[in-house]
Design a protein around this ligand. Structure first.
Ligand code: UDP
Ligand code: MG
Length: 262
C-alpha cells in the first residue's frame, strides 16, 4: 500500500489499554472493508506500562494495515493524536479512543456525513461514564460554549472523521484535543456533530478525573479564546495579479469563504 492509495487512516491513542486492543482490532476488522478499499490503522502507544505495545506489535505481525508509533514515555493525549495525524496518509482520517468506549460500527455514519462537511464529530449523547464525570463534562461544555461563543455539544469527543487538510488546523500544544471542533472552524472548515453510541469502560481505567482535568482545561480554554480573538482577519481589496487567489489571512483556507465561530 503506497501513500497515494490510502483512503482512510484510523488513529488510535493507547495508554495502558492492553485488554481492550485485541477486541478493538476485531471490531475494526469487521467495519473497515465496508468503508474504504485501502485503510491503515495507526496505533500510537503513549508510553504504556501494561504491555500494550507488545499487544500492538503482535497484532501488527498479523495484518499489514497496522502501523505503530511508540513514545518513549507518556506524553499525553494531544501528543498521541498529533503524532498519529502527522503519520496519517489517508484522504480521510478517523480518530477514536482505544478503550472500546467508542464503537467502530459508528465509523460508517461519521464518514457518510462528511458529504457537505469537513469534520464530523461523534457526539456522545448518552455518556456511559460515572455521574461525576458526566456532570463535569456538562459543566465544561457550557463554560466552553460561553467563553468561545461556539456552541459545540461534545467538544472533547475524540471520535471524529476529518478530511486530512483539516489536520493542519490543530496546533501542537497540550490540551488542544479538547477544542478540535472550534479550532478547525476557526481555520475556515465546516464542522457538524452527529450522535454516536458510547459504551462503559470494561477493562483498564480512565486516565482523566475532575482533579487532573478541570484547571488545566480551563487554562487551555483561555488560550483558545485568545486564538479566536486574536486571529488575523483581513480582506484584500486588491492583490497583485501574480498572487494566488487563495492567499489571505487564514492559515488553512481563505476566511472570506467560510463561517467563523465569531
Ligand atoms: N490516552 C493516551 N494518553 C494519555 C491518556 C489517555 O493516549 O495520557 C488514551 C487512552 O488510552 C484512551 C483515550 O486516550 O484511548 C481516552 O482516555 P480515557 O479513556 O482514559 O479518557 P476518558 O474516556 O475517561 O475521557
Ligand atoms: Mg475512555
Amino acid at each position: 500500500m503506497t501513500a497515494a492509495t490510502v483512503d482512510l487512516s484510523v488513529v488510535l491513542p493507547v495508554y495502558n489499554e492492553a485488554d481492550n486492543l485485541p477486541i478493538l482490532w476485531e471490531e475494526l476488522v469487521a467495519v473497515l472493508p465496508g468503508v474504504a478499499s485501502a485503510a491503515e490503522v495507526i496505533f500510537v502507544d503513549d508510553g504504556s506500562t501494561d504491555g500494550s505495545a507488545d499487544v500492538v506489535e503482535g497484532l501488527a505481525k498479523t495484518d499489514s494495515r497496522i502501523r505503530f508509533i511508540r513514545f518513549e514515555t507518556n506524553a499525553g493525549l494531544s501528543a498521541a493524536f498529533y503524532a498519529g495525524f502527522q503519520a496519517a496518509r489517508g484522504r480521510i482520517v478517523v480518530s477514536m479512543d482505544s478503550d472500546l468506549q467508542n464503537d467502530p460500527r459508528d465509523i460508517p455514519l461519521l464518514i457518510a456525513r462528511l458529504d457537505g462537511a469537513d469534520v464530523v464529530v461523534g457526539w456522545r449523547q448518552i455518556r456511559r461514564d460515572g455521574w461525576l464525570r458526566r456532570i463535569s463534562s456538562t459543566v465544561a461544555n457550557r463554560v466552553r460554549t460561553r467563553l468561545t461563543q461556539d456552541p459545540v455539544a461534545d467538544s472533547a469527543s475524540s471520535f471524529r472523521a476529518m478530511r486530512r487538510e483539516c489536520l493542519a488546523a490543530i496546533p501542537p500544544y497540550a490540551g488542544m484535543h479538547r477544542f478540535v471542533p472550534t479550532l478547525v472552524k476557526l481555520a475556515g472548515f465546516r464542522v457538524v456533530e452527529i450522535p454516536v453510541s458510547h459504551r462503559p469502560r470494561r477493562f483498564g481505567a480512565s486516565k482523566f478525573g475532575v482533579r487532573n482535568r478541570a484547571l488545566r482545561a480551563f487554562i487551555d480554554l483561555l488560550a483558545v479564546r485568545w486564538m479566536i480573538r486574536r486571529r488575523l482577519r483581513y480582506r484584500i481589496a486588491q492583490r497583485p495579479c501574480d498572487l494566488d487567489a487563495d492567499v489571505s489571512g487564514a492559515a488553512a483556507r481563505p476566511q472570506e469563504t467560510r463561517e467563523q465561530p465569531r
